[in-house]
Write a protein that binds this ligand. Structure first.
Ligand code: NAD
Length: 363
């Protein structure tokens, strides 16, 4: 198969982790007879430095011309980087929001899976972890508070800031369908998360999810208030299969879910639209505190590449080969620094490139 992949290396650890994902993809290409054509696309701080814009029209066109986009991460230290002295619409993250909107990437999937070998890195007590957990957070990505109208006004010397949270029924229905479709391929349970005791947008969310649920009689579903869900994620994470939620709640809950897996360096993500196209990226940011040191964990990016093979190219066996290689490397005791347990007996610390080599060798 010929695959055209747009590659956004981005900032901070982005180029380091992308190099390892390409290493693993190339090994898949050699072994399984696929050709991956990469086209570099500028976005984020590096694009600001090169063009003055976090995302140019040319970059959007290049992304649209690709079958899928694999991304590292963008952004810098938000306190010290000059990129954050620019107006909000010129900052690195504005590029990503614009790309998501331009490509209509409304469905964000983030798996949170506890590897047996990483149970020690999970901050929860053993009796809470139980048999582990395996959930998928399905977050709406192009609506809600992050895309609503916003303004800051001064009246009689008092500053007032306003952000608006808007959803229409079509936006809710299409993400709910995606959530139930994914649940059909998993353990057939959807937890729809909202704040329906306070927000109108959540009450509409609940109504539409109930309508969609009627088309999926095999899927059991429940509604949960977002504050309760935040609590349940650390009290009994094993209860969740698919968590379906709106943009801001999903942003916060997916980071919480990532923390209970032990490291943000393990979490892949996919952002999808109505076609086979997807943007695949690790859940973490550009980690400016460790950039350039060769110690970042590349696994989330490698697993994002596996999601790309599965969801865009329908190469399920190849995706599984990558996932198995990751498990094997962990079983053999190799860890990047973020995964190092306090008791280091039986484990070997490796850097970013070595982790990529080990996984590629086991594909
Ligand atoms: P971050 O995720 O970059 O870092 C948080 C902590 O996790 C840091 O201690 C970091 O070292 C660690 N970490 C993250 N990824 C890691 C990895 N692969 N291996 C080992 N450790 C890892 O979050 P932050 O510090 O809040 O944000 C830094 C920058 O990243 C900001 O500019 C932010 O806007 C941006 N950001 C970008 C994205 C994206 O590109 N999609 C997402 C989140 C944050």
């Amino acid at each position: 198969m010929e695959c055209r992949i747009g590659v956004i290396s981005g900032d901070g650890i982005g180029p380091e982790i992308i190099a390892e994902a390409k290493k693993v993809l190339n090994k898949i290409g050699e072994t399984c007879g696929h050709t991956f054509h990469y086209e570099d696309i500028l976005m984020g701080g590096c694009s600001i430095d090169a063009t003055g814009e976090p995302l140019t029209e040319e970059a959007i066109a290049a992304a649209k011309a690709s079958d899928a986009v694999l991304m590292g991460s963008i952004g810098g230290n938000t306190s010290t980087s000059p990129w954050y002295r620019l107006p909000p619409e010129k900052r690195p993250e504005a590029g990503l929001l614009r790309l998501r909107k331009s490509l209509n990437l409304f469905a964000n999937l983030r798996p949170a899976y506890l590897y047996e070998e990483l149970k020690a890195a999970c901050p929860l007590k053993e009796e809470v972890i139980g048999d582990g957990f395996d959930m998928m957070i399905m977050r709406e990505l192009t609506g809600g508070l992050y895309f609503g109208e916003r303004r800051t006004e001064e009246t009689d010397g008092v500053l007032t800031a306003t952000d608006t949270l808007t959803y229409n029924e079509h936006e809710i229905r299409r993400i709910a369908k995606r959530g139930f479709d994914i649940a059909m391929k998993r353990r057939k349970k959807v937890t729809s998360v909202d704040k329906a005791n306070v927000l109108d947008s959540s009450r509409l969310w609940r109504r539409v999810v109930e309508e969609v649920a009627k088309d999926y009689p095999q899927v059991s579903y429940e509604h949960m208030l977002v504050d309760n869900c935040a609590m349940q994620l650390v009290r009994d994470p094993g209860q969740f299969d698919v968590i379906l939620t709106e943009n801001m709640f999903g942003d916060i809950l997916s980071d919480e879910a990532s923390m209970v897996t032990g490291s943000i360096g393990m979490l892949a993500s996919a952002s999808l639209n109505d076609t086979k196209f997807g943007l695949y990226e690790p859940s973490g940011g550009s980690a400016p505190d460790i950039a350039g040191k060769g110690i970042a964990n590349p696994i989330a990016t490698i697993l994002s590449a596996a999601m790309m093979l599965r969801y865009t190219f329908d190469l399920d066996a190849e995706a599984e080969a990558i996932e198995s290689a990751v498990k094997q490397v962990l079983r053999e005791g190799y860890r990047t620094i973020d995964l190092m347990p306090q008791e280091a007996a039986g484990v070997t610390q490796v850097g970013t490139a070595e982790m990529g080599d080990l996984i590629a060798a086991r594909v």
